[in-house]
Design a protein around this ligand. Structure first.
Ligand code: HEC
Ligand code: HEC
Ligand code: HEC
Ligand code: HEC
Length: 117
């Protein structure tokens, strides 16, 4: 029993290692967090100094470096402007950082903002 368990654990570890090794080289810039890290923004810039207890980022985290007025100016051609939302405008609702970005507004509206970085 114990032996079988140990073998399974080993197999699982080997499978996980194989998966990691198989990850494409481009995975490094797949998501927002990876692109931030590649530009020198540390994990701790978004999660606070204690990475064993990471702070869950919110809009104020992003606003330390991105001024709302600046991003709104960059997307003023879009209607409605995703950066001047009358509601549900929290950055991380659309700009998820460790998974694909999402048009959060589309849960209720039919706005097409194009590609969300
Ligand atoms: C410590 C500073 C810092 C923090 C905090 C930060 N960013 Fe950035 N962000 C940058 C820099 C630097 C760039 C690259 C230059 C630029 O586009 O302004 C960038 C680029 C981006 C881009 C451009 C698209 C891309 O990935 O290439 C988006 C979108 C973005 N950040 C969203 C966010 C969101 C959402 C948050 C909060 C969860 C956040 N940022 C927090 C510094 C920061
Ligand atoms: C409704 C979804 C949505 C929300 C919420 C949102 N964004 Fe965006 N953001 C977008 C879209 C769409 C673009 C790309 C627009 C384009 O390039 O035409 C973008 C682009 C950006 C960029 C890149 C601008 C550039 O071209 O250099 C930054 C930085 C950014 N957003 C930051 C933020 C921050 C900070 C917040 C919160 C205050 C936020 N966003 C909230 C949808 C959103
Ligand atoms: C630009 C800001 C940013 C950077 C840099 C960043 N993260 Fe995140 N992280 C987020 C956001 C936003 C979330 C919330 C979920 C999401 O957006 O995918 C998150 C979620 C997490 C979570 C889940 C936390 C929870 O309570 O569920 C962990 C763990 C995490 N990040 C680890 C890291 C590590 C490790 C790094 C550095 C390699 C990193 N993050 C870099 C913004 C960032
Ligand atoms: C959970 C559903 C829901 C989500 C998500 C949502 N909305 Fe709305 N929104 C509504 C409803 C319902 C109305 C109608 C309110 C009314 O007509 O008085 C509305 C109205 C609006 C209006 C027109 C009225 C006004 O207040 O100016 C705009 C613009 C708008 N939403 C933008 C957005 C944007 C941008 C997003 C994403 C950041 C978003 N909404 C996300 C439900 C939602």
């Amino acid at each position: 029993m114990t032996r079988l368990f140990a073998l399974n654990t080993l197999l699982a570890a080997a499978a996980a290692a194989a998966l990691l090794a198989a990850a494409p080289a481009s995975a490094a810039d797949q998501f927002g967090a990876d692109r931030h890290v590649a530009r020198g923004v540390a994990c701790t810039a978004c999660h606070g100094p204690d990475m064993k207890n990471p702070v869950y980022p919110d809009e104020n985290t992003c606003l330390q470096c991105h001024k709302k007025a600046d991003v709104a100016a960059k997307t003023k051609k879009l209607n409605p402007n995703p950066h001047e939302a009358p509601h549900n405008g929290d950055c991380t609702l659309c700009h998820l950082q460790h998974e694909p970005t999402e048009n959060y507004c589309a849960q209720c509206h039919k706005f097409d903002f194009g590609k969300i970085p």
